[in-house]
Design a protein around this ligand. Structure first.
Ligand SMILES: C[S@@+](CC[C@H](N)C(=O)[O-])C[C@H]1O[C@@H](n2cnc3c(N)ncnc32)[C@H](O)[C@@H]1O
Length: 403
């Protein structure tokens, strides 16, 4: 493939990503994968070139561009792509006109910046904090809490470096193929970002408890809590994974079986009718984990096109849902029990402000200090950021029912 053809292919892909961002469509990663799946004739070198160009371009532009071509013109303006490649050839992009709409480079839109947590906006390193949101994500794994497994990792996975201040957390080079490693296949390690691991820790789940993971997804935090609830390799107590998304929930049995936990309950719930399925747990849970749907501003390292999706309307729908889920959790937790609220977002509305609002209208709950060496305390909870903590960005809080 000529370079001009590669640039046009990247423009086509970017255009699909722009439309998906506008219409709440598929993630960029999925779009790129399916593009190449239907074009098997594109060789591996060309694929890599096109893929890198698309990701570099997405990272460069903070605000949704009008088109794939406008996005690529920003790459030209920034000196990353040679204007001569817009050569009007059969497979190449049309020659650049004097007046053409082009995107502008930025980390994020000016309108979005104001929503970030005050601890970031008022920090001496605000620019570094914001640029780190688009940095390269690491590949983190969580090992089962077991001295024998720790020894096996030292012996058989010498590439894994223990993550400072994250118990049982290890970091690998990004491209490392952990999925085919025996330690993964045998359920001794799971892929999980260090930040997510810290949130599961904060739940402080123990054997014998009744624990509900209300937004369990594919079970990342459920499995970490199963480990904390196990004795002699067996899960003791009740661990219930609930979610409104069937496809995500269906991934839990295989993952749980690999980790050796057969008795995790799964419940598919209907949005706004959750108590039809969860009613029996009313006032019965020692811990309710609310890992709520959010804007994902803390995970832009993995999904940088998330910046092109977020609108004030979407943010407001998300904060409404988060508040609703917090109130729902309050009815499910037992007197003396705790809610762990988390979002992979660094926006105040989805973090500290959300908890403030909840505590104002739920006088039965008190925020609890979280013992953790990673992150910083912030507004009745803790905040983790890619710049400060080298993990995805999160806000999390622990709320104790007064009993
Ligand atoms: C941040 S993700 C959870 C990630 C998961 N806890 C993990 O550690 O991998 C949020 C989840 O909330 C789910 N969700 C959305 N609306 C919900 C509702 N009304 N009740 C429960 N879960 C909901 C979504 O389907 C999504 O899987």
């Amino acid at each position: 493939m000529k370079d001009s053809g590669r640039v046009q292919a990247a423009i086509d892909l970017l255009h699909e990503v722009v439309l998906a961002a506008k219409n709440n469509g598929a993630a960029a990663e999925r779009i790129i994968a399916s593009y190449f799946k239907t074009r098997r004739f594109i060789g591996s070198k060309d694929r890599r070139y096109i893929r890198d160009l698309v990701w570099d371009c997405i990272r460069l532009i903070g605000e949704r561009p009008v088109s794939g071509r406008a996005a690529m013109l920003a790459m030209v303006d920034a000196g990353h792509v040679d204007a001569a490649l817009f050569d009007g050839s059969e497979y190449g992009p049309a020659v650049i006109k004097d007046i053409e709409e082009r995107a502008a480079p930025s980390i994020l839109s000016a309108g979005l910046r104001q929503y970030f947590a005050s601890i970031i906006l008022q920090s001496d390193n605000v620019e570094e904090e914001l640029s780190a949101l688009l940095g390269r994500a690491s590949l983190d794994i969580r090992a089962k809490n077991d001295a024998v497994i720790a020894q096996k990792i030292t012996e058989n996975l010498e590439q894994a470096a223990p993550i400072h201040n994250v118990p049982n957390g290890y970091r690998l080079d990004n491209g490392f193929n952990i999925i085919d490693h025996d330690l993964y296949k045998n359920g001794m390690v799971e892929v999980q970002d260090a930040g997510s691991q810290m949130i599961a820790h904060a739940a402080n789940a123990r054997p014998g408890m009744t624990v509900l993971d209300l937004c369990a997804g594919a079970g990342g935090k459920t499995l970490a809590m199963a480990d904390a609830m196990s004795e002699g390799g067996l899960l003791k107590g009740r661990l219930i994974a609930a979610d409104t998304n069937r496809a995500r929930l269906q991934q839990i049995p295989d993952r749980a079986a690999r980790a050796g936990y057969e008795n995790i309950e799964q419940r598919l719930i209907n949005p706004r009718r959750e108590l039809e399925i969860l009613g029996d747990l009313t006032g019965a849970c020692d811990i309710v984990m609310v890992d709520a749907p959010c804007s994902g501003t803390g995970t832009w390292r993995r999904q940088p096109e998330g910046r092109w999706r977020l609108t004030p309307k979407i943010l407001s729908q998300l904060t409404d849902l988060q508040f609703y889920l917090l109130r729902l959790a309050a009815t499910l937790v037992k007197p003396g029990g705790a809610i762990i609220y988390a979002t992979c977002s660094l926006l105040e509305d989805e973090g500290g402000k959300q908890i403030e609002g909840f505590l104002q209208s739920n006088k039965n709950f008190l925020p609890e200090k979280i013992d953790a060496a990673l992150g910083r305390p912030h507004l009745n909870g803790r905040i983790l950021t890619p710049f400060h903590d080298a993990c995805d960005g999160f806000f999390y809080s622990r709320l104790r029912h007064k009993g």
